[in-house]
Ligand binder design. Sequence first.
Ligand SMILES: Nc1nc(=O)c2c([nH]1)NC[C@@H]1CN(c3ccc(C(=O)N[C@@H](CCC(=O)O)C(=O)O)cc3)C=[N+]21
Length: 292
Amino acid sequence: MTADVIDGKAFAAGIREKVAGHVARLSEEHGIVPGLAVVLLGEDPASQVYVRSKGKMTREVGMKSIEHRLDAGTSEEELLSLIAELNADREVHGILVQLPLPGHLNSEAVIDAIDPAKDVDGFHISNVGKLATGQAAMVPCTPLGCLMMLREQLGDLSGLDAVVIGRSNIVGKPMAQLLLRDSCTVTVAHSRTKDLPEVAKRADIVVAAVGRPKMVTGDWIKPGATVIDVGINRVDGGLVGDCDYDSCAAVAGAITPVPGGVGPMTIACLLANTVTACCRAHGLAEPEGLTA
Ligand SMILES: Nc1nc(=O)c2c([nH]1)NC[C@@H]1CN(c3ccc(C(=O)N[C@@H](CCC(=O)O)C(=O)O)cc3)C=[N+]21
């Protein structure tokens, strides 16, 4: 068997097109332009590339992009005061503080200073709680993108066995919540899980988000299962996922490539969340097909 390749790049382009449609309507009918503010501390080259590409795509869909590049040595007080300004700015509907932050800063305090209604990353404790209790939340972009691809590939997810490998706050935990909400039977596995290959092999859906290059191999995959590879590992100047693509693709029913899978979906969902936040802020109907 050779797996279907889930084309995240094409899927993401389709979502950005939908976002652009909503943005055009907001502007024509209400005179509103959604705005996304991105805050980057320091000069990490990968982060710079990523922030530049976010800015470009934000403008391409017709939204306003506001970029704040601060020195790596910026104090927590200065950063919190910038966040307070962005919280109060009516032209800013979404705020993203690029992670990881330099070590002298307390990321929890910084994230929880963001107005939850503008928290387009979905990392604020209030959004985490809302997701876990089934209330309307801002949903983290990477898991949201994974869920959209799974629904597109499989239709109804109800009753399927899903194994999420990785328990981070930004991917593993919210991914598990979303799959549970779609009525999957969810297992959250991680580096200490006993017999991890056997656990993975029970799954109809495997989401790999551990940050270890090519850790998941084909012998971990049930024939026909759907494999979502969240890993973005830089190895020898190239990008590789958490899955060993060739051996997994030989067994799986469908698989996301790296690059061109989850990554582009993450950015598309960031733009989708910004439109959603903008509509909610103005008491307008939420865009359909762009939320979980
Ligand atoms: N507050 C915050 N929110 C984030 O969502 C966030 C963050 N901080 N910090 C960094 C990580 C990383 N991340 C990526 C998103 C898209 C690609 C992406 O589009 N990747 C392309 C390849 C890009 C390349 O070639 O380097 C792909 O997989 O096809 C990669 C990485 C979001 N992050």
